[in-house]
Design a protein around this ligand. Sequence first.
Ligand code: ASP
Length: 406
Amino acid sequence: MKGCGDLALFRRSGGIKRPAASPRAASVGGSLAVRLRRSACLGSFLWLLLLGYWEVAAGMGDGEKPAAGQAAAVEVRQASAAAGTERESSQMRWSIAIHGGAGSDPAKWDVDTQSARLASLESCLRLGMERLERGDAALDVVEQVVMALEDDPLFNAGRGAVLDERGGARLDAAIMEGASKRAGAVAGVERVKHPIQLARQVMQQTSHVLVSGAAADQLAGALGLEQVEPEYFVTEKQRASWQQWQQRDAAPAQVRPNRADSSANVSVDDPLFYLGTVGCVVRDQHGRLAAGTSTGGLLGKRYGRIGDSPIIGAGTYADDASCAVSCTGIGELFIREVVAHAVAARMKLAGETLADSADHLIEQVLPVNSGGLIAVDAAGNIAMPFNTPGMSRAAADSSGWLEVKL
Ligand code: ASP
């Protein structure tokens, strides 16, 4: 397959740079990775569509095989320690990871949805890779990639966001630069087309970190950022989900069970349990880190509710001395454990590796089915653990390694 992608599938855990599988992440993830050499030719997109079929089959369990023909054209290889070792020893110039949310089991999605998500993740990842290859700064790359994810209605951010209890899309986003530790965030915006762009402007044009609601939208207008009617964000699919939620779950807000009180309140088989938040973490050629996250929050969330994504240290964090992190999951749980900052703190204070620190938070601190995160450290290592059945994610580095998973 050389010259046309050296394409292989292999099993891995949520943390990328460790050959050893993380038991819980591996068992709930149950995933096959897509591994492509950077010399990927035009055929890679078609391959990716085929892989959508394989991923569905993979989610069914180890014993089950894809239907005849579905994966026939794909060279399949089991994970080997060598794959991890090879990457460990390669020269690292830049690394990037993105996510499109954790949550429901991707094996239950139809093949078209699988393929579309894989293709979108890959194209957003490649946008970031091109920019990193030409030497762009981590912060710029994070902003550009998250904007692209916000534009894609497949994800719960920007257009396609889930709707709150009033049936509107009210969006949260944050961005952070690891070198300066400057950060900007917005919460509950309804009109700025790219909330991540406004978050960056809050960081650069104001002396604040977090601006919310109508005032944030007004700021976007004053700064000349592109604005849209609130209806722009509302897709038919999300309107239908909201209607289902209203018929089924919309008790008066005072008596509504709090999903964050116990993961027992969450059924990952529930089609309304959808976490499609987007995020991006980057280590650029100059060793600078940045993280960004953008979301519509949780379906049916209380009007005015703010999740973890725009809370610096909870859903988003970056520090060049440790790592950059973007989380996805039940925000209240991530806020209470200050998850993104905790990943960095364990590295700095306890000397843990990125993989160990990230796994600890996801496997030991957070309850099962609460979400996942992506993170990159100062050396360019990447971790992507999650404790839900799936997490849409993609990652690459300058050694030529690339993977896309659901
Ligand atoms: N963390 C987001 C929130 O709670 C939701 C998600 O990740 O999908 O607002």
